[in-house]
Design a binder for this molecule. Sequence first.
Ligand code: GDP
Length: 315
Amino acid sequence: MNKTDKIFVAGHRGMVGSACVRALKAAGYENVVVRTHQELDLLDPKAVREFYEAERPDVAIIAAARVGGIGANSAANSLFLYENEMIAMNTVWQAAEAGVKRLLFLGSTCIYPRLAPQPIPEDALLTSALEKTNEGYALAKISGLKLCEFLRRERGLCYHSLMPTNLYGTGDNYDIEHGHVLPTLIRKFETARMEHAPTVSLWGSGSPLREFLHVDDLAAACLFVLEMENPPDLVNCGSGREVTIRQLAEMIQEMTGCKSIITWDRTKPDGTPRKLCDTSLIRSLGWSPKIDLATGLRRTVDEYRVALATGNIRL
Ligand code: GDP
């Protein structure tokens, strides 16, 4: 990838896409092309094809997706499958048809089997059954990464994929029902602190293990693999450190200064018991994360407070 390349970032208003745009600009890539949902419907193959043919980007970064936490996914697996499948097929296939030479497809480590060996290596893909709570999303992402792999093999296009672990950071979604656990917990503890609530109700048992990566570390990883001549087809990206949901809750509670008592709502799902990705491949290539969880959380809580005060937040 050259500094003068025209780079299309699909999903630039989301947490991942916006972090990629920031990282590209900071690294001196000035020719970044974006489209809002109103300007380009990624579910429409014809519109996507016409966009690629008119703009002719050198590189595409596919960070667009319908995303959500365990609540949103488990309530609407059909929608998560349909929309993410359409977005993947349109953005990847139409890019190839229009002659885009380089493409990075982003997914998530929920593509791996529910009971994959831990930490999860890339070659655990498709070795056993998926986690049911986000099966639709996972199937769509598996199709997308496979399409990249097939196109690379059949047409020699440098299309490749990166699968990040659970992400958090600037521009996250703070919706209580649909958000991921980390931003939701920040909102729950902050709200309870401000309202002097006696208790804070969290989901499940608190025992599942999750790994968290700051989105700015992920954006750096995206640039890192895009700057490689011959990147792997599929590479994991994570912090390598996991915490239980209970430990995460205690960290956020302490950071927010919330005095409420935590209760666990066991009618809500735990999801997959553990999801730590094996990052030895990307580390052996030379990338490593820079933002530890305590530092990233502090920054995110501070950003949440500013965003809430200025009304600049997705709730
Ligand atoms: P996942 O990592 O794909 O399962 O999705 P999430 O980011 O939504 O994390 C879900 C984990 O956090 C599950 O073990 C939930 O039971 C737990 N959890 C605890 N409280 C909450 C909450 O308020 N919202 C969400 N989304 N998850 C919660």
